[in-house]
Design a protein around this ligand. Structure first.
Ligand code: C2E
Ligand code: MG
Ligand code: MG
Length: 395
């Protein structure tokens, strides 16, 4: 049996004496450079003012089944804390809380959340449940059902410590996960070698393609921050920005509204990849539909089709959330125009393929689509290079 630095009875006493508190670590948006969320991290503040980290008592509490009591006692504390800083928050600011495997298999968890939201007048969208990937190995039906319950309530679900190690990737599409938290070891290895950096970049890209936000944990240096920005990762947390802080200090930080604003040129890189994929996907599925007489294969091709609406395709979403402070208005207007035309041509191609027009007509539409796509890529790449130059501008 594992050795633990504290005794169970002491943790029980700490719980009764309200010695367990939350510290808050800010999460920084890599789009705006501002604090966009926070993670609540439990601390044991002893009578003598010394602080014990969760690693020193949470594993024993989990092993002995005390974790459910801790979570139940601490959720009201979390809500009370959130209430104190809610007036300072942007509408989409949220606070993450870590849940253990036994919390997830506890059927009363969603009822407790419900009660706390209504008693404190807090919207469920203000809270994100962080579940580490270990919990998913294996995740029983009850656990999965409870995760769906929390998500249906409006609570965001984050997959914590994702490192492509434990997680079965299918969890990313089978469960209602909206945030992927990349483990510290992935973030901190990224500057070391070409392949370590590529691993980070591809995990961010994977999350992006599945419509998940990514938060990279454990950023300690400017170099890691720069590399992360270049991947298109959406948010980050780490000692480079701030250590986890006691409630009062966290409130002071929020009041100061610090900004780590940087040109988000990684998102422009992702927009290029999205566009290349979109063009290939649309041409492939149009030809699948045109050449395949099997109605089921044609139906599947339609289901795989990227979003034809220019506002909701991946690139359109990027464009609609763009931070205009960074870009020349004329460049963006041109990009928007080309993007709209590109979508018009895509729709024409799909319609021609479904109506079984001749292959010559289909090929002509593909050529037109390619032509406009190349112009769009050219424009996007220019914006992106200016972005990198701006990001690395000399002080
Ligand atoms: P986690 O959820 O992955 O939390 C991130 C951990 O990384 C925190 O450690 C945080 O202080 C640390 N960290 C953040 N930025 C950096 C950085 O730049 N460098 C380094 N070296 N570390 C950084 P902490 O607070 O000791 O928490 C450890 C783990 O304990 C958490 O990992 C989480 O799994 C668990 N935990 C924390 N609070 C709770 C809780 O309320 N309930 C449960 N069940 N587990 C909790
Ligand atoms: Mg966490
Ligand atoms: Mg984590």
């Amino acid at each position: 049996m594992a050795e633990h630095p504290v005794a169970l009875v002491d943790i029980c006493r700490a719980l009764v004496n309200q010695e367990l508190v939350y510290y808050y670590q800010p999460i920084i948006s890599l789009i705006t450079g501002k604090i966009c969320a926070a993670e609540a991290l439990i601390r044991w503040k002893k009578e003598d003012e010394s602080i014990l980290l969760p690693g020193e008592f949470i594993p024993l509490a989990e092993e002995k089944g005390l974790i459910n009591d801790i979570t139940r006692e601490m959720l009201p504390v979390l809500m009370k804390d959130i209430r104190t800083f809610i007036p300072q928050l942007e509408p989409d600011f949220y606070v993450s809380v870590n849940l253990s495997e036994k919390d997830i298999t506890d059927d009363s968890l969603s009822t407790i959340f419900e009660r706390e939201f209504s008693q404190n007048g807090i919207s469920s969208s203000r809270v994100c449940a962080e579940i580490t990937e270990k919990v998913f190995m294996p995740l029983n039906e009850k656990g999965a059902a409870n995760i769906f319950k929390l998500s249906d309530q409006g609570i965001k679900i984050a997959l914590d410590d994702f490192s492509a190690g434990h997680s079965t990737l299918e969890n990313l599409t089978n469960l209602p996960i909206s945030v992927l938290k990349l483990a510290m070891k992935i973030t901190q290895l990224a500057p070391s070698t070409r392949n370590d950096f590529r691993l980070l970049r591809h995990l961010v890209s994977l999350a992006h393609q599945l419509n998940l936000d990514t938060i990279a944990e454990g950023v300690e240096t400017k170099e890691e921050f720069n590399l992360l920005t270049s991947t298109g990762c959406t948010a980050t947390q780490g000692f480079y920005f701030s250590h986890p802080l006691p409630l009062e200090d966290f409130q002071k930080l929020l009041t100061n509204q610090p900004s780590w604003s940087e040109y988000p040129f990684g998102l422009e890189y992702l927009a290029q990849i999205d566009h290349i994929d979109f063009r290939r996907d649309i041409i492939r599925e149009a030809l699948t539909i045109h050449t395949n007489p099997d109605p089921n294969a044609r139906k599947r091709a339609l289901k795989r089709l990227p979003d034809l609406d220019p506002d909701s395709c991946l690139m359109g979403k990027w464009f609609n959330n763009i931070n205009w402070q960074w870009h020349e208005k004329a460049d963006l207007e041109e990009l928007n125009k080309l993007h709209q035309i590109f979508h018009d041509k895509s729709r024409l191609l799909m319609s021609a393929a479904s109506k079984n027009q001749t292959r010559t007509e289909i090929n002509k539409l593909i050529d037109e689509l390619t032509e406009i796509s190349l112009q769009l890529m050219d424009n996007l790449q220019n914006i992106s290079i200016i972005g990198i130059q701006n990001h690395y501008e000399e002080d």
